[in-house]
Design a protein around this ligand. Structure first.
Ligand code: C2E
Ligand code: CA
Ligand code: CA
Length: 753
């Protein structure tokens, strides 16, 4: 990867370099004609200057120089003067005088003596018409000599001289911009800036001969001296300026340009970064006058909008139940955690009310899922109207977060309100709603536990009075134990070694004195926990929905046992206990029939016991199915009769042929007169309604006696025999019928004695 540079560098560096190179190239290209032109102009100027020199020289002849005073004293001046102007001096007598510029007589030849002096005015007039007769070089200076005939005396001549070097040369320099020097033969005699040695070097070639010179002197030449270079200094300054300014201005423009690009990009990058880090950003729009940047910013901004909508949508989906619009379990967990922190900080207790629809499954089955969902939506809308913080949680349940300590009555009332008839499409649906409560800080110290316990509470509320339950300390531990038992029970049904087994308890026919029937009672000898009572694990199986499988297992066991006994000539009827869930199972009868037919058993060898309480729970449904049982030829008994407070007239309408008087009324029969009354009345009424009666829980001879006396047909209890494994039954029966176990005193014949 190459070196990373920023946008400013990326733009300004090449631009500056390009500007510099371009300026350089342009200067080179432009300077060539300029150079040539300058050279040409210089040449021209030199030529012009030289051409104009005589005029210049003449024009400047109006001034005399004070230094001319030296001239007459100079040795050989007179001779030299003659040499310079031989013609002039030949024809006229040498009357010569030298005057200062102010008209003062500086020198006079002997011939001039006695002539009048000149005024300044007169001298100026004389000089204006003077002729230049020559030049003279002495003492490092150059003089111009002018002659004039004295107007009043023709024999007299006026010689006027002046130093023309410095004034002339500086005048020439100002006028032409060129350096001039005066050369005597090849020697430089005078030039304008004597200290500029370097500038002397080149002679341009154009020259003007200052002639004639006075005799004895080499000719004087006025020559142009080249300056040190052809191009003037301002040209070089301009070049330097251009070379400096071009990249500098390019750099400045580039910086501005780059800034215009880089700044909004940097802002955009910063905002995007901030957005990426989750900081709140209102908009990704940046200010710029660059179309592309505006386009980019607009694209990012609309992308932000889109992302935000998507994010909101995702957040909604992540935190809400899409069906009801209530919050979902995750969100509930978050809310509860937050409430716990607040409760801790401000000492403000709160509680959760769990809501569950007990008959949701039935509604789903009967009316279809759309209607069932609509019920939930209705509930959600109701809770929303009531401004309650509600969330879906646990298989279809709803949790409501409420301030303050738990209010049981409010929860029950809420359940009643939610149970009301829901008019959905054309149906009028009544929900069976249960509610449960867990409180903070009383029932848990964190959100997860609180919600888990709310779930357990709802599980209990389903079967509790008023369909309401409040969490009890230790309930979760029990629940967990029960759950693990259920799991083990599931295993026990397929694993012989897990201790599940059928026991059989004889029912004594008090009329015949014979054991003709048995009750099948399930036993679970748990490998770790020892014997577990069916009173404990049957309800567990019912709650866990395992009872169907368990009953199937029992029926299979019982049928196999019956077949085995029949092989040994034992003709027994076995009563199997069914739970209410069994009798409303549409396939129950099929399962029984299949097993029965598998072992080729007649229907009469099987009977079924259903507890009175369970029967009363769902009389209509139960009745329909029990009728089918009866029609198929099976015996049916109402178990634990007397505990369900059903009237005998109700029982009369049930398709049963037997009632089993609950053992609670029988066990103390010998001593409890109330029980005696109840049992006697029950027996009388059973007789009246033509139902067989079985007294269970017979624990002593006296009770058996009484029952026999009162006309009870069947007796069952520890006194006769506790439940025993199927394999023991044959032997026990043999000894029983031989009269070893049961005292003769209880035999029917004797009972009446
Ligand atoms: P249940 O149907 O009323 O069964 C009679 C219960 O009374 C049995 O208890 C039996 O052992 C007990 N018992 C028998 N004689 C006496 C006695 O003289 N005195 C006393 N105090 N008790 C006596 P178990 O076996 O513990 O069964 C309890 C309940 O469990 C049963 O009550 C029945 O409702 C249920 N159950 C037992 N086996 C099954 C089964 O296979 N399926 C179903 N669904 N329920 C069963
Ligand atoms: Ca029973
Ligand atoms: Ca019973």
């Amino acid at each position: 990867m190459g070196q990373v540079v920023n946008l400013r560098q990326r733009i300004s560096t090449p631009l500056t370099a390009t500007a510099f190179l371009t300026a350089l190239a342009m200067l080179l290209v432009c300077s060539m004609p300029f150079y040539a032109e300058t050279k040409r102009q210089l040449q021209q100027r030199a030529e012009g200057a030289v051409a104009e020199l005589p005029i210049v020289l003449r024009r400047s002849a109006g001034q005399l120089h004070a230094a001319m005073s030296e001239l007459p004293q100079a040795p050989g001046f007179r001779q030299q003067l003659r040499g310079a102007a031989p013609l002039l001096l030949e024809n006229i007598p040498f009357h010569a005088a030298l005057f200062s510029e102010t008209g003062a007589l500086l020198w006079q030849s002997s011939e001039w003596q006695g002539l009048p002096l000149l005024s300044e005015q007169q001298l100026a007039t004389l000089l204006s018409g003077a002729d230049v007769v020559g030049y003279w070089h002495a003492n490092g200076r150059v003089y111009q000599l002018l002659f004039r005939h004295w107007p009043e005396a023709s024999e007299r001549i006026l010689v006027l001289g002046r130093a023309l070097d410095l004034p002339l040369l500086s005048g020439l320099l100002t006028a032409s911009g060129l350096q001039f020097g005066v050369f005597s033969a090849e020697h430089l005699v005078v030039r304008i800036s004597p200290d500029d040695e370097a500038g002397v070097g080149r002679r341009v070639g154009q020259h003007y001969l200052l002639s004639p010179t006075l005799a004895g002197q080499p000719p004087l030449r006025l020559e142009i001296l080249s300056s040190s270079g052809w191009l003037p200094t301002y040209w070089w300054l301009m070049c330097l300026g251009v070379l400096l300014l071009a990249p500098l201005s390019a750099w400045w423009v580039a910086q501005r340009h780059a800034n215009a690009l880089a700044k909004p990009l940097a802002v955009l990058t910063k905002q995007l970064q901030a957005y990426g880090e989750g900081q709140p950003i209102d908009s990704l729009a940046v200010r710029s006058n660059t179309e592309e940047i505006l386009g980019l910013s607009y694209a990012f901004d609309s992308m932000l909008g889109l992302l935000r909508r998507r994010e909101e949508n995702l957040r909604y989906r992540a935190t809400h139940d899409l069906l009801t619009g209530m919050k979902n379990q995750n969100e509930l967990l978050r809310i509860v955690s937050q409430r716990i922190s607040e409760a801790r900080a401000f000492d403000r207790p709160f509680h959760l009310v769990g809501i569950n629809i007990n008959n949701f499954r039935e509604i789903n089955d009967v009316f279809g899922p759309d209607i069932a969902d609509a019920c939930l939506v209705n509930i959600g809308a109701y809770l929303e109207r009531e401004n309650l913080v509600a969330a879906r949680f646990y298989r279809g349940g709803i949790a409501v977060v409420k301030e303050g300590v738990a209010d049981d009555v409010a929860a029950v009332v809420l359940a009643m309100q939610l149970s009301r008839h829901h008019g959905i499409s054309k149906f009028d649906i009544e929900l069976n709603v249960c509610t449960g409560i867990v409180g903070f800080p009383s029932d848990a110290d964190n959100a997860e536990t609180l919600l888990r316990r709310l779930e357990i509470t709802l599980d209990s509320a389903r079967r509790a009075p008023y369909n309401f339950h409040r969490y009890k300390p230790g309930q979760e531990e029990d629940y967990v134990k029960r759950l693990s038992l259920v799991e083990q029970l599931r295993v026990a049904m397929i694993d012989w070694h897990a201790g599940l087994q059928m026991f059989y308890q004889p029912k004594l026919n008090l009329g015949s004195g014979r054991i003709e029937r048995m009750e099948a009672l399930i036993r679970w000898q748990h490998p770790q926990h020892g014997s577990i009572s069916p009173d404990h694990f049957i309800p567990l199986a019912e709650q866990a929905g395992l009872i169907g499988a368990l009953s199937n297992w029992v029926i299979a066991q019982v049928c196999a046992q019956l077949a085995l006994w029949r092989e040994h000539g034992l003709d027994l009827q076995v009563a199997v206990n069914l739970s209410v869930q069994d009798i409303v199972r549409p396939d129950m009868l099929d399962v029984i029939e299949t097993q029965r037919k598998k072992y080729d058993l007649p229907a009469s060898v099987l009977a079924f016991e259903i507890t009175e309480t369970e029967l009363m729970e769902n009389p209509g449904e139960a009745m329909r199915l029990l009728n089918k049982f009866r029609a198929a030829g099976y015996g049916l008994a109402i178990d634990d009769f007397g505990t369900g407070y059903s009237s005998l007239s109700q029982v009369k309408n049930m398709p049963v042929n037997e009632i089993k008087i609950d053992r609670d009324f029988v066990r103390q029969l010998r001593v409890d007169e109330d029980d005696q009354k109840i049992v006697r009345t029950t027996l009388a009424l059973a007789d009246y309604f033509d139902l067989e009666a079985v007294a269970e829980g017979v624990e002593d001879a006296a009770s058996l006696h009484m029952l026999s006396e009162w006309g009870c047909q069947w007796a069952q209890g520890y006194y006769i025999s506790p439940p025993m494994p199927g394999v023991d039954v044959r032997q026990w029966l043999e000894s029983f019928h031989e009269g070893d176990t049961v005292p003769l005193g209880i035999m029917p014949g004797e009972a009446s004695n």
